[in-house]
Design a protein around this ligand. Structure first.
Ligand code: ADE
Length: 318
C-alpha cells in the first residue's frame, strides 16, 4: 500500500478520459450516499486505453471487491451462476470482451442485471426443474472494443455508457513520466514527449515503448532517457514518426500496391496481410481512421493522400 503501481488505483491518479472520470465520480458518490450498488457500466473503445484499469479503479473507489473474467471464458450458464454466486452485496463483476459471451449465457444475464435474480434449469430430462436464485445487488462492468457488437437487449441494460477515446499527447506524456517514476528511471521532457507522440494515443503502447527505450538507455549507460535515445530505440523497433509499426504500414502498402489505394473490402485486406478481420477492425484500423490515413466508404476502405505522403508513395491512377 502507498506504493506506486503502473496501474493507477484511484480516480485522482487516473490520467485522461476526463469526461468519463468526471461523470463516474458523481455516480459513485451518489451510489455510496444511498448505500446502493452502482448502476451497470459499459466501457467501449479500442484496446489498450485502460478499460480494465478503470474498472479496477471504480471498484476501489466503491470500496468493494472486483471479480474479473472474459466473455469467451464463460462457456455455459453454470459458469456464470458459479461466478454470480460468489459476489457479495455491492461487488463489481468485470467482464472483458463482453460481446463474446455465448448467447445462452447472455440471456441469463438480463434478469441478473435488471432485478438481481436468475432462473435456471437444473437436472436433465425427467429431473429437470427450474430453480430461482436471488442474487446480491452488484455492478456489472462490461468492456468491448465496439458497442455496436453487443446485442441491443444487453446494451440497453447498462445505465452508464463510457466511450473511451484516444489519449492526447499531453496526457500520454504525463503517463510516461508517471510510469518512469514507478520504474525509478530518469526521463526528460523531450524524451517523454517523443514516446507519447509515437504511441498511437494508447497508454499500453506508451508503457511498452518506455520499457524498451529504458532497456536501450540502461545498456548504453545513460543516466537520463532523452529524445536522442528514444529516436534511436524507436528506429530499431521500426516505430515511425507517426507511431506506425510494421503491421500498420503493411496494411497501407497492401491496399496501395495491390488495390491502388482502394476501395477494397475488409476480408480482402485480411486475406492479403494474413490477419483476422476482427484484428484489423478492432486493433489496426481505428488509429489509422483517427489520423485520417484511411477512410471507410460504402464500397470499402480507401487510403488517403496523407497516408501516401507519409509512406513516400505516389498515386499512379488518373
Ligand atoms: N497507466 C496506464 N494508463 C494510465 C492512465 N490512464 N492513467 C495513469 N496511469 C496509467
Amino acid at each position: 500500500f502507498g506504493q506506486l503501481s503502473l496501474r493507477p488505483q484511484f480516480l485522482n491518479q487516473y490520467i485522461g478520459q476526463t469526461k468519463i472520470k468526471d461523470e463516474i465520480a458523481v455516480y459513485i458518490q451518489a451510489a455510496k450516499q444511498r448505500e446502493e450498488s452502482l448502476d451497470h457500466v459499459l466501457l467501449y473503445g479500442p484496446p489498450g486505453l485502460g478499460k480494465t484499469t478503470l474498472a479496477t479503479v471504480i471498484a476501489n473507489e466503491l470500496q468493494v471487491n472486483i471479480k474479473t473474467t472474459t466473455g469467451p471464458a464463460i462457456e455455459k450458464p453454470g459458469d456464470l451462476v458459479a461466478i454470480l454466486n460468489e459476489l457479495e452485496p455491492g461487488d463489481v463483476l468485470f467482464i472483458d470482451e463482453i460481446h463474446r459471451l455465448p448467447k445462452n449465457v447472455e440471456e441469463i444475464l438480463y434478469s441478473a442485471m435488471e432485478d438481481f435474480y436468475i432462473d435456471i434449469i437444473v437436472g436433465q430430462d425427467t429431473t429437470a426443474h427450474p430453480v430461482h436464485f436471488p442474487l446480491p445487488p452488484f455492478t456489472l462492468i462490461g468492456a468491448t472494443t465496439r458497442a455496436g457488437m453487443l446485442s441491443a437487449p444487453l446494451r440497453a441494460r447498462f445505465g452508464i455508457l463510457g466511450h473511451m477515446s484516444y489519449y492526447t499527447e499531453t496526457e500520454l506524456t504525463a503517463i510516461v513520466k508517471r510510469s518512469a517514476e514507478v520504474f525509478d528511471t530518469q526521463i526528460d521532457d523531450q524524451g517523454a514527449h517523443e514516446i507519447a507522440r509515437r504511441s498511437r494515443g494508447t497508454p499500453r503502447i506508451a508503457n511498452r515503448l518506455l520499457k524498451r527505450v529504458r532497456d536501450f538507455s540502461q545498456v548504453s549507460q545513460k543516466e537520463m532517457i532523452d529524445k536522442e535515445i528514444v529516436d534511436y530505440a524507436l528506429k530499431l523497433l521500426r516505430v515511425d514518426e507517426k507511431g506506425l509499426d510494421d503491421n500498420d504500414r503493411k496494411l497501407l502498402r497492401t491496399m496501395i500496391l495491390l488495390y491502388n489505394g482502394g476501395p477494397v473490402g475488409l476480408s480482402t485486406i485480411a486475406a492479403n496481410i494474413g490477419e483476422e478481420t476482427d484484428t484489423i477492425e478492432d486493433v489496426i484500423e481505428p488509429y489509422l481512421l483517427q489520423i485520417g490515413f484511411i477512410k471507410r466508404t460504402p464500397r470499402g476502405r480507401v487510403v488517403t493522400d496523407a497516408a501516401y505522403q507519409h509512406l513516400g508513395l505516389v498515386r499512379t491512377d488518373k
